[in-house]
Design a protein around this ligand. Structure first.
Ligand code: F6P
Length: 542
């Protein structure tokens, strides 16, 4: 969509109209802002009343979504058309959480049976490992599981197993190794016994250099402790590349496959989810899938103006393209969601960090924002200073549960109060007059008030959206992830980019491959002076 299209112009007009209206004004003009600017699906509520929109601006955003034909694009994705047009592939991670009646088809092949065949094998393997029916080569229960994978083959399982740790219920300890830095694997195995450790090698392509290097090192660790046959019993692979896994020495019955219509960062629902099923059990893993499916159904059926992923996407477009904010802070008031921002960071930035549209032209507008964050309340004591008083406006997505995930319920009340207070402070701030009145009431001198009040003033008028749910359980987490997946999809459609490829990571891989021999001492004539200078210095210091 070009910048001069009448819909962008109309949104800009609303922004100009609201330019001198603050969030304070909007709230005092409309006492029912929450009622008007929030939307729920069962216990999941999105409150976007603290975003700088009014009813007319919101209506224009929804019109805009209609004009962008979100519904047609959505239909193309769910019906298996090749919406990943640069790789000529369908995009059907939604099928992995579907039921037979959803009738997903890719390239003429019905998917339900093959998906459920792998899912049931995964579930029975996971339950076998949990119960000890599937034993180590020495005939004992596996105490530990290491997942070796990177990007989408790591972040999803790592985030979800951490988030759902209360559901572990006697399952083995899970460890995640992603970085090719040998310290990651060696620190992880330092306190583990290879004779009771299962190693899962998770790689969609089974060619990712980091994962293969770590997998080979882990295989040697196992082989040093037992014979090759025994070591094989301690490995499993999660991949679309069945040949690669067999070549690596993984027995066929220990390979859990998936398909090229599942993008790496969308693969947590596939065999890549095996560590989750081992951690929390098959029933909970299925509840996680069911949560995502409930969001898929909502996304497909709710009218755009009541459609949570669509609304979240439109608020994001308003923030990014109309108000011009380049980043979004994702702050979960839930310690167990400590990896959620990192997970959504890959999901969003690898999907929509693009500058070329479907016609091969440079997009005329800003696309995917920078996503970052840490859990609250920790974030309040590190970077929130800048979020409140810095010169840049940083929109925030807050995530909060109504019920505590621990028995320390008093602390949960503190957590909730803090989350709500942050969005209040951002929206309404504190004027210099209010600061002065407060200082006066405190008995401070006029000189002190004059000197300090500018520093203690909060500009406010800073946007945030709060996503509230009942309690972090497998169903809720599945639904929350699917919410962000579909938000990203909608934004990709509006920006006209392919949200499902990732060519931007290829150049670095190619250059690294060429530099490995040079770092190992082979001469190279065509290096730029910075790279060769650094390699010389590495050799001097190393
Ligand atoms: O390099 C980027 C990427 O392809 C991600 O998209 C993917 O999640 C990750 O690498 C890991 O890839 P694989 O699962 O094939 O090892």
């Amino acid at each position: 969509m070009t910048l001069d299209s009448q819909h962008w112009t109309s949104l800009k007009t609303h922004q100009q109209r609201l330019k001198n209206t603050t969030l304070r004004d909007l709230f005092s003009e409309n006492p029912d802002r929450f009622g008007q600017f929030s939307c729920s699906l069962d216990d999941l509520t999105i409150d976007f009343s603290k975003e700088k929109v009014d009813a007319e601006a919101l209506a224009a955003l929804v019109e805009f979504a209609k004009f962008a034909d979100i519904e047609a694009s959505r239909q193309k994705m769910f019906s298996g058309q090749h919406v990943n047009f640069t790789e000529d592939r369908a995009v059907l991670h939604t099928a992995l959480r579907g039921q037979p009646e959803d009738q997903f088809v890719a390239d003429g092949t019905p998917l339900s049976e093959m998906i459920s065949e792998v899912l049931e094998r995964m579930c029975s393997f996971a339950e076998g490992v949990r119960s000890g029916d599937i034993k180590s080569a020495t005939g004992v229960k596996f105490t530990d599981v290491i997942n070796i994978g990177i990007g989408g083959s790591d972040l999803g399982p790592a985030m979800v197993t951490r988030a759902l740790s209360p559901y572990r219920d006697g399952g083995p300890n899970l460890h995640f190794v992603s970085n090719v830095d040998g310290a990651h694997l060696s620190d992880t195995i330092a306190n583990l016994d290879p004779k009771t450790t299962l190693v899962l090698i998770a790689s969609k392509t089974f060619t990712t250099a980091e994962t293969i290097a770590n997998a080979k090192a882990a295989r040697s660790w196992l082989r040093d402790a037992m014979d090759n046959k025994g070591a094989n019993q301690h490995m499993a692979a999660l991949s679309t590349n069945l040949e690669g896994t067999v070549e690596f020495g993984i027995p066929a019955e220990r390979v859990f496959g998936f398909w090229d219509w599942v993008g790496g960062r969308y693969s947590v629902w596939s065999a890549i989810g095996l560590p989750i099923a081992i951690a929390i059990g098959a029933g909970n893993f299925k509840a996680f899938l069911a949560g995502a499916r409930s969001m898929d159904q909502h996304f497909q059926s709710a009218p755009l103006e009541k459609n949570l992923p669509v609304l979240l996407a439109l608020i994001g477009i308003w923030r990014r393209n109309i108000l011009g904010y380049p980043t979004v802070a994702l702050i979960s008031y839930d310690q167990r969601l400590e990896r959620f921002a990192a997970y959504v960071q890959q999901l969003d930035m690898e999907s929509n960090g693009k500058q070329t549209d479907s016609n091969g032209n440079r997009v005329a507008i800003q696309t995917g924002p920078i996503i970052w964050g840490e859990p609250g309340t920790n974030a309040q004591h590190s970077f929130f200073q800048l979020v409140h008083q810095g010169t840049d406006v940083i929109p925030v997505d807050f995530i909060l549960g109504a019920k505590s995930g621990s028995s320390l319920t008093d602390q949960h009340e503190l957590l909730q109060a803090n989350c709500l207070a942050q969005s209040q402070a951002l929206a309404f701030g504190k004027t210099q007059d209010e600061v002065a009145a407060e200082m006066k009431a405190d008995g401070q001198s006029d000189d002190e008030i004059k000197r300090l009040s500018p520093h203690r003033t909060f500009p406010g008028d800073r946007p945030s959206t709060t996503i509230l749910h009942r309690q972090l359980d497998p169903f809720t987490l599945g639904r929350l992830i699917a919410l962000y997946e579909h938000k990203i999809f909608v934004q990709g459609v509006i920006w006209g980019v392919n949200s499902f490829d990732q060519w931007g990571v290829e150049l670095g891989k190619q250059l690294a491959k060429a530099l490995v021999p040079v770092v190992r001492g082979e001469p190279s004539e065509n290096l730029d002076s910075s790279t060769s200078g650094l390699i010389n210095r590495i050799n001097e210091l190393g």
